[in-house]
Write a new protein. Structure first.
Length: 364
């Protein structure tokens, strides 16, 4: 657990003096921090780091919408990635000791909104689209070298969205959404009839394909997007359905490195609340409860990771962001609201900005 006093001492007097008194006090006393992309006012975008009680710790401006934030305590940096088909990521220092750094996508590539650091904080990885070839790649960036792009490795699929570095520290899990896009056509989805979603396991050292899993062929319009890892090293995933409106397939499942992939059977009421769209997943502190959000359905479900049994259903309009706290989860939405659920003591708060899709707990 992060020690706030040690962080303030390491950051130095300049950082402490740059904070409003209430922010410095919040930084010293808060136990948990959360990062999110935001819309501050119409047409004005950013990213924020907040305490569990909603106090602002750090913020950075963005030229357009961000999507997700990743953080490395080893590097001491947070990175917010542009929403697809964005061409930037912004690196910022929560301690306020360094100016933000903008990473521009290289020619014929754009970002998909997600990324991860290596365990030692020396490399940053980002899911990207090679839109000339219609294939996904993981861009590799050198942290010490000013985020110079060192190269890339394939994701062995189309439309990679989230990437996770698994607990072994050497294998990526990549959610290949299976949807082809091209920036010339904005956010249009170009291959809905021939989608090819998959989860790829990629060796982080040399980029070779360790394994790849697909759902049954009849489920090819289930775009796999977001993932979390539970206590048994199972990779839980959530899908967005791009097929016929009257259809209602299962949307949540898990995969394993040894080759298992399956969808779980949510009861009709719980499944219906997702409205064919999973926007985000989170895993509890003990890695035993999965939270699943749907901004389309305005609902967050929880389920037991060991048994796959559904737990609570919480209704919150336009909700997508969900992150674990010490005893449950915090959910955020596009109307500027966040609230605790499933045992969290965090009370509902209304902010003067809108939360974007994801909310991430970070430990500095």
């Amino acid at each position: 657990m992060w020690q706030r006093r040690a962080f303030l001492q390491a950051a130095g007097a300049g950082f402490a003096a740059s904070l409003l008194p209430q922010r410095a006090a919040a930084l010293e006393s808060a136990e948990l921090l959360f990062a999110t992309a935001t819309q501050e006012t119409p047409g004005h975008f950013g990213a924020r780091i907040l305490t569990e009680t909603g106090k602002l710790i750090a913020n950075v401006d963005l030229p357009v919408r961000g999507h997700d934030v990743t953080y490395s305590p080893q590097a001491g940096r947070a990175v917010v990635f542009a929403r697809r088909p964005g061409t930037f990521a912004v690196v910022f220092d929560p301690a306020g000791q360094a100016a933000p750094v903008t990473i521009a996508s290289v020619e014929n590539r754009h970002f998909f909104g997600h990324g991860a650091f290596s365990p030692d904080g020396k490399l940053l990885y980002a899911t990207e689209n090679d839109f000339t070839a219609g294939q996904g790649v993981i861009g590799i960036y050198d942290v010490a070298g000013g985020y110079h792009r060192l190269g890339e490795m394939p994701t062995y699929g189309v439309g990679p969205h989230e990437v996770l570095l698994l607990p072994d520290g050497k294998t990526f899990a990549v959610a290949n959404g299976g949807i082809e896009t091209h920036p010339d056509y904005g956010r249009a989805e170009l291959n809905l009839d021939s989608m090819d979603p998959s989860i790829s396991f990629v060796d982080a050292t040399d980029g070779h394909l360790v394994g790849q899993l697909r759902l049954d062929a009849g489920l090819h319009q289930l775009s796999i997007r977001h993932m979390v890892v539970d206590a048994r090293d199972r990779i839980w995933f959530g899908c967005q359905f791009r097929g016929a409106r009257e259809a209602s397939p299962q949307l949540v499942g898990y995969a394993t490195l040894d080759g298992e992939i399956r969808l779980i059977e949510l009861p009709p009421e719980a499944l219906g609340s997702l409205r064919n769209y999973v926007g985000g997943l989170a895993i509890s502190d003990d890695l035993e409860t999965v939270a699943i959000s749907s901004p389309v359905g305005g609902a967050i479900l929880t389920l037991d990771a060991a048994t796959a049994r559904p737990g609570t259903v919480t209704l919150l309009q336009s909700t997508c962001g969900v992150a674990q706290d010490a005893s449950g989860f915090i959910a955020s939405n596009g109307l500027g609201v966040w609230r605790g659920l499933d045992g969290s003591p965090v009370s509902e708060q209304q902010f003067g900005f809108q939360f974007d899709e994801h909310l991430r707990r970070i430990e500095i």
